[in-house]
Design a protein around this ligand. Structure first.
Ligand code: ZN
Ligand code: ZN
Length: 463
């Protein structure tokens, strides 16, 4: 058996692992590289394998850094099935066409500035049509059921608690009467987060791949995070008499925020909130989430039962048309507006910032990671003015950052998950993290007496 690391090695994005035996070749994840011009170029590079030789793909979850190159894989000759959970299948049904749409828009922009860009940059990595074609090859599966995509391969999807549909994948390979069990952690969630169940306990693996996004950090605890949210929202709405604007990732974070607003209303910490979700993608992701209540944890099911009876204590609106969205610009106070993109670089959030940043009584509530170079990051870093749609906007609103809502397990949670293995894996590969985060986690794993390493991009492990 050979295992090749084709992404998420010494970095967070581009998850893709090639597994080869003498009988079959398959991929686990086929993600995009993200973050600037260099990542864009890497997404255009030829695959390190012939797509037509790949028998099937196992997909851990819907995030684009795990699923984003599937349309390219199909367009270049992959004919097999992509096995994933039913909720992930629903989410990529929205996310992949959206990703294609972004590619097409960027390619169009590059065409207009052709003299400054390389010629290949003026073509989208894939088109909307190719994204839709790829969806035909998605084969939704249940959690915890055994699947045999090939006579020599069995696998099972387990709850990863990261986003709706996310999975840890257990894979059993058979080669020359020898059995090898691989476990791909995928992205692991922080236990105790809103809505989803905690990551499943896995007890055995010969070879383990574990993510390490926050391998060197601890998250702020949920209680203090909730206190900060209550303070920021109530202070803005009741004392300052302004609006709360929340840039939010459409998938995951928006639903978590809605969960918290409902839960805190039930607890009497909020009263008659006026909430607007203004992002078509966030609305669709919320709809998909509500279709998968079978994946909710006990608290979320309980809250849904409360909402069925007392839902009128909170005024929740999903805006549909651009006209409805524009009407929100007239609201001067008393509203919570949740909009995408999460880092303020695209989408309707830019309009809301344009209309609300200039007034002292408003609060911009940052609840997620803001990458270097993004508009959201400039706000967090204290910019006095920002440029939106070519207009210089003064920043007078309060910029309030709330820590503890990460979708990833922190160092303690990662180690806790690892300690529940009953048999020490023969080897543990630390992946999906910046080098320093991965190194730190690897150090802790080695202290447990386990053999661990940080694979390099392109590294091949032979078993
Ligand atoms: Zn993820
Ligand atoms: Zn990821």
């Amino acid at each position: 058996m050979r295992l090749t690391f084709l992404g998420a090695a010494h970095e967070v994005t581009g998850s893709c692992y090639l597994v080869e035996t003498d009988r079959v070749k398959f991929l686990v994840d086929c993600g995009m590289f993200q973050g600037g011009r260099i990542a864009e170029r890497r997404n255009r590079m030829p695959f390190h394998f012939a797509p037509r030789d790949i028998a099937f793909v196992l997909l851990t979850h819907a995030h684009i850094d795990h699923s984003g190159l599937l349309p390219k894989l199909v367009a270049e000759g992959f004919k097999g099935q992509v096995y994933t959970t039913a909720a992930t299948a629903d989410l990529i049904g929205v996310l992949l066409p959206d990703s294609a749409h972004i590619q097409e828009a960027e390619a169009e922009r590059a065409q207009r500035h052709q003299h400054t860009r390389r010629r290949e940059d003026t073509q989208p990595v894939y088109t909307t049509q190719q994204a839709l074609a790829c969806l035909e090859q998605i084969a939704p599966q249940q959690y915890d059921a055994e699947l045999s995509p090939h006579p020599a391969v069995r696998c099972t999807f387990r709850e990863a608690g990261h986003i709706l549909g996310s999975a840890i994948i257990e894979v059993w390979l058979e080669e020359n009467a020898k059995r090898t069990k691989l476990v791909f952690s995928g992205d692991l969630g922080q236990p105790g987060r809103p809505i989803l169940r905690d990551p499943a306990i896995i007890e055995e693996a010969d070879l383990l791949l574990v993510e390490s996004t926050y391998g060197d950090r601890l998250h702020k605890d949920m209680e203090s995070t909730v206190e900060e949210l209550v303070h920021a929202v109530n202070d803005t709405l009741h004392r300052k008499k302004g609006n709360v604007i929340i840039p939010s990732f459409a998938v995951g974070r928006t639903q978590e925020l809605l969960y918290l607003f409902n839960e805190l209303t039930r607890q009497g910490r909020f009263h008659n909130l006026n909430i607007y979700v203004d992002s078509p993608m966030a609305t669709e992701a919320t709809r998909i989430t509500m279709r998968h209540m079978e994946l909710f944890d006990e608290e979320a099911i309980d809250l849904e039962a409360w909402r069925a009876k007392h839902g009128d204590q909170i005024n929740l609106n999903f805006t549909a048309s651009a006209l409805e969205s524009m009407a929100l610009n007239e609201i001067r106070s008393g509203s919570v507006i949740i909009s995408a993109s999460g880092m303020c670089d695209a989408g309707r959030i830019k309009h809301h910032l344009r209309h609300n940043l200039g007034r002292r009584e408003n609060t911009i509530l940052i609840t997620g990671f803001q990458a270097q170079g993004s508009l959201g990051r400039r706000l967090v870093d204290g910019a006095k003015t920002v440029r939106i749609f070519g207009e210089e906007i003064p920043v007078r609103a309060e910029i309030y950052t709330i820590g503890g809502l990460s979708a990833h397990a922190d160092q303690a949670a990662l180690l806790h998950w690892l300690r529940q293995f009953r048999r020490v894996p023969r080897h543990t590969f630390v992946v999906h993290g910046e080098t320093s985060a991965s190194e730190t986690l690897k150090g802790h794993i080695e202290k447990m007496g386990w053999a661990a390493s940080l694979p390099m991009l392109g590294e091949v492990f032979k078993n």
